[in-house]
Each structure stands twice: as structure tokens, then as C-alpha cells.
Design a protein around this ligand. Structure first.
Ligand code: MG
Length: 168
């Protein structure tokens, strides 16, 4: 019996919340007085997802493929980062199996936006919806996330490719 070559990857990202920016998480623009600042649109969920896929497929991290400070990424739709990570994984012979994400935010309440986030990720990753899970956590007011100074995301992605000839 042969087993597929399974690899797990993890991604983490955090961006500051500031006035005068739209809040974009998982490709969804969420009504809130402040938004995430960073290169691109600051979408922590997409960034952490891209890093998880790059990690699982052995393709380094986002900084390798999109060096920070490059003006080309200013205002970039972070969906491009997710599709780039997927393409690199596919070029390494991997298919995504599933993605599980946690967004850490004291405010706003994200649950009403989960389904749209999942649909966006499923579309970008060409996955069935039941292979994409999005959760939210607060830190019960603790730390910079609890003080609503920023929002973080943690993502785990599983990737698989056919077994190498002769492997068990
Ligand atoms: Mg980021």
C-alpha cells in the first residue's frame, strides 16, 4: 500500500488597525471604523493562508515571493498572494487537501462574514467549501489584540501529492 505524500503548513500574520483604511479580511470588506494597514490591502487571513500553503509545499514564505516595501504591492488585492501560493504548490506537484483558519480579533464580530470568507478562499484555492474552515477568537481583552490595536490570523493547510515510486 502506498500513501500520498502529505505535508502540513502553518501561517501566521498580524497587521495594525488604523483609521482611514477599509477592513478587509478573507476578501470581505467589513463595516468598521478602522482597517488593517500594510503592504497590499493588509488582509491577514489571505496572508496567513498563502504562508501556510507555501510552508506545506516547501516554497518558503510570502516575503520571498513578494518582498516587503516593493511599491508594486501597494493596495494589491491579497487574493493574488493566495493564488500565487496555490500555483507554486501545484508546480511542486501538490494539491490542497484542506485549510483551517483562526482570525484573532477583539472586535468586530466576524461570524456573520465567515461564509463569504470561506467562499472566497474556496474559489481562490479551487476547493470544495467543506474543505475550508474559518473560525474567530478574541483574547478576552488581553494584549495588543485585546486592545484592538491589530488583528491576527493563524492558518493550517494540508497539501498532498502522489507517492514517489518505491515509497511506502
Ligand atoms: Mg501580512
Amino acid at each position: 500500500m502506498t500513501f500520498p505524500d502529505l505535508r502540513v503548513g502553518s501561517g501566521f500574520d498580524v497587521h495594525p488597525l488604523v483609521e482611514g483604511r477599509p477592513l478587509v479580511i478573507g476578501g470581505v470588506t467589513i463595516p468598521y471604523p478602522r482597517g488593517l494597514v500594510g503592504d497590499s490591502d493588509g488582509d491577514v487571513l489571505y496572508h496567513a493562508t498563502a504562508d501556510a500553503i507555501l510552508g506545506g509545499s516547501g516554497n518558503g514564505d510570502l516575503g520571498v515571493h513578494f518582498p516587503p516595501g516593493d511599491t508594486r504591492w501597494v493596495g494589491l488585492d491579497s487574493g493574488v498572494l493566495v493564488t500565487t501560493a496555490r500555483t507554486l504548490a501545484e508546480q511542486s506537484g501538490f494539491r490542497l487537501v484542506n485549510v483551517d483558519a483562526t482570525v484573532v480579533a477583539q472586535q468586530p464580530k466576524l461570524r456573520p462574514f465567515f461564509e463569504e470568507m470561506r467562499m472566497n478562499l474556496a474559489r481562490l484555492l479551487d476547493l470544495d467549501l467543506d474543505r475550508v474552515n474559518v473560525k474567530a477568537k478574541s483574547t478576552d481583552g488581553l494584549g495588543f489584540l485585546g486592545r484592538r490595536e491589530g488583528i491576527a490570523a493563524l492558518v493550517t493547510a494540508l497539501v498532498a501529492r502522489p507517492p514517489a515510486p518505491g515509497s511506502i
